[in-house]
Design a protein around this ligand. Structure first.
Ligand code: CTP
Length: 444
């Protein structure tokens, strides 16, 4: 019996796939189809896949062409499979020509002509196109422009900014470059806002009132009242309102939280997060800058609130300001006491420290090296070092790419799929509000 194997994602199964499977089957007597797992696709940078593994396997099964379906979970698996299943022919479409020649050591390799004019990527694009406007004066928007290119379903409609000189050529070539926010909104279905936090409330409100979806850099508002009001308008107008906090979309970060929650380090008693970036601070522009707490606070609060929740018993804020009006904190340290645990964070734009995250438990601790907020790696460490474990997860685009994918999926499904719970989003605003009102604060 001649055994044939082929591999693919098979998202939104189309006739290009079916033609390939028919020809693969005709090469032998028994066809094994390996469908890529969601994690494996993510790790090889394929992040836009619409259907889950189960749905994709089911679609392949329904073609009736596969004698057996398996899941492809790791790089290098093809060699293992060929040996394990005693394969005679490995085949894929001609878009992969040359890539799998190394397998000819184990079996015959056949590249079948790819069907012209159709692909899953094209189908995903044509499903629903979101015109996304970007807003703000920071060069960070250049990164958003770059990452948006990887996301099916999003096209940039334009930018609203007062600082064209900070923007890349690619941004300046967008269909609309304006300093008029209303004009941008009129030309967009959704906006990504990266202005200073004090401007968020007004900008979000205007967008939501015009029926536009919003992804806004956290904190989305500077008070609980504003936060509640914005959520209400979003609901009334069927709009998605999401915090932009890219660390929440880093696979390594998500996995370490899960491991902590499943008891890998015993009972978690303490979380300590530090985020700093030493910058030259323009003393004439203090009110127009992101201070330490607004630039880094939401990120540093994320592991604390996601692990321990938002019902802390006591908090204390200690800040050092560079101006007597207390506009710009050069650094801030916040300590939380929960019923059964404690947490602390240190953020600074005028202070340098080790940007690490440590989650301590009764059996061991999770260590994430600097800069933990964009890490692809962490370790679980125990008293006996031989039990230590290291974890790597591919991180594409600092989490921005997956954040945009989630925003697009939320809009097309009409369901907020954010990785940041509403209560966490709100609790972040509360900290910013308390900071502004100097509540529970000691100034040094
Ligand atoms: N394939 C094909 N003709 C097409 C599309 C895909 O022969 N028009 C083949 C691929 O070469 C591969 C298999 O079908 O052997 C599964 O491909 P997959 O990557 O899942 O499909 P694509 O449509 O290429 O997906 P994407 O656009 O996400 O790359």
């Amino acid at each position: 019996m001649k055994k044939v194997i082929t591999y693919g994602t098979y998202d939104l199964l189309h006739y290009g796939h079916i033609r390939l499977l028919e020809r693969a089957k005709a090469l032998g007597d028994y066809l094994i189809v390996a469908v890529t797992s969601d994690d494996y696709d993510k790790s090889r940078g394929k992040i836009n896949v619409k259907q889950s593994l189960i749905e994709r396997v089911e679609a392949v099964r329904k073609t009736g062409l596969a004698d057996e379906i398996i899941v492809e979970e790791y790089e290098g698996q093809k060699i293992d499979d060929i040996k394990k299943f005693d394969i005679d022919i490995f085949t894929v479409g001609s878009d992969w020509k040359g890539v799998f020649d190394y397998l000819s050591e184990y079996c015959e390799v056949v590249y079948l002509d790819r069907t012209e004019g159709i692909s899953s990527s094209e189908l995903r694009k044509s499903e629903y196109l979101i015109n996304l406007g970007i807003v703000g004066d920071s060069s960070f928007l250049n990164r958003i422009e770059k990452e948006a290119k990887f996301v099916n379903g999003i096209v940039l409609s334009g930018i609203c900014t007062n600082k064209c000189e900070k923007m890349s050529n690619a941004i300046l070539k967008l269909p609309l470059v304006t300093d008029n926010y209303k004009t941008l909104l009129e030309h967009s279905d959704a906006v990504y806002i990266h202005s200073i936090p004090e401007e968020h409330y007004v900008q979000i409100k205007q967008a939501l009132q015009m029926g536009k979806h919003v992804l806004c850099e956290s904190p989305i508002a500077m008070s609980m009242v504003e936060w509640e009001e914005l959520q209400k308008i979003a609901k009334q107008n069927n709009c998605i309102l999401m915090d932009a906090l890219r660390t929440a979309y880093s696979t390594a970060f998500c996995r370490l939280l899960l491991l902590a929650k499943t008891g890998k380090i015993g009972k978690v008693l303490s979380v300590d997060a530090t985020c700093t970036s030493l910058r030259k601070i323009d003393k004439n522009q203090l009110s127009k800058s992101w201070n330490s707490i607004s630039a880094w606070g939401p990120t540093a609060l994320l592991p604390i609130f996601q692990l321990f929740g938002t019902e802390y018993k006591i908090k204390q804020i200690v800040s050092n300001f560079i101006d007597s009006n207390q506009t710009f904190d050069s650094f801030t340290k916040i300590s939380f006491v929960y019923q059964n645990s404690v947490a602390s964070l240190k953020v600074g734009m005028g202070l340098k420290s080790e940007g690490e995250l440590i989650i301590s438990g009764t059996k061991g601790y999770i260590y994430v090296p600097s800069p933990w907020w964009k890490t692809d790696y962490f370790e679980i460490r125990y008293e006996n070092p031989s039990e230590n474990k290291r974890y790597f997860y591919q991180l594409d685009g600092e989490g921005i790419r997956l954040e945009l994918v989630t925003f697009a999926k939320s809009i097309s499904s009409g369901k907020n799929l954010s990785s940041i719970d509403q209560e966490v989003s709100k609790a972040i605003c509360k900290i910013l509000e308390d900071f502004k009102n100097c509540e529970d604060m000691i100034i040094i």
